[in-house]
Design a protein around this ligand. Structure first.
Ligand code: TZP
Ligand code: MG
Length: 214
């Protein structure tokens, strides 16, 4: 079971944004380029199809020793023995999920405003998603964006790892890291890139620059 969080570049998948290319090819390219954590995020798949997709993706992730996280579904995480679960504020609680997955199961939590840091379940989170750092066409049901100052404030308020998500791209990656993010989560910047491996490589270079400025 993973305890630490050494990851820097987190691919959150969206097959619809893969420009018609093979989904598994896109993820594998992204890993080759430097993605070190993958989240399977599926909003419209039935349980069986979600499980089958997760099983195939897990094989690829295992080949590169990259952990696979499941978005939202405790049942799928359990069925495929995923490395972790990611939940948001409107999903099951970390407490309920741990009753099924085990007390030490790694569960990441999205925070959409600062007060959520003081919820009881926040203490149990493996990491916090700073969601969204910037509003993005990829997820339109958000009402607030953290921005760099909000991120920096969270950096001073918690020792947990902070993952920034939302319109993260090569041009803003270094400054997001320098304002206190430990890791960047990216959907369209990798899934829709003409060369997903090159996009991931470029993001890793910017992350290194940002780390030097922390
Ligand atoms: N949660 C907050 S923003 C977001 C999610 C899943 C989508 C981020 O997508 P993109 O394409 O990297 O802006
Ligand atoms: Mg969710």
């Amino acid at each position: 079971m993973i305890k630490s969080f050494p990851y820097r570049l987190y691919l959150v998948t969206d097959e619809a944004l893969c420009l018609g290319r093979d989904f598994f090819w896109v993820v594998e390219e992204a890993i080759k380029g430097g993605v070190d954590l993958v989240q399977l995020r599926e909003k419209n798949l039935g349980m069986e199809a979600f499980i089958q997709k997760a099983i195939r993706l897990k094989e690829i992730c295992e080949k590169y020793r990259v952990p696979l996280i499941i978005n939202d579904s405790v049942a799928v995480a359990q069925a495929v023995n995923a490395d972790g679960l990611h939940i948001g504020q409107n999903d099951t609680s970390i407490f309920s999920a741990k009753k099924i997955l085990g007390i030490d199961y790694p569960i990441g939590l999205s925070l959409e405003k600062k007060e959520e840091l003081y919820q009881a379940q926040a203490k149990e989170a493996w990491y916090f998603g700073i969601s969204p750092i910037y509003s993005t066409p990829t997820k339109t049901d958000t009402f607030f964006e953290w921005g760099l100052q909000g991120l920096a404030d969270m950096r001073r308020s918690t020792d947990k790892k902070l993952i920034a998500i939302g319109r993260v791209k090569e041009s803003n990656a270094a400054e997001i890291i320098s304002h206190g993010a430990d890791c960047l989560a990216v959907v369209s910047g990798i899934c829709s890139a003409s060369a997903p491996a090159k996009a991931a490589e470029a993001l890793r270079i910017e992350i290194e620059k940002g780390l030097k400025q922390q």
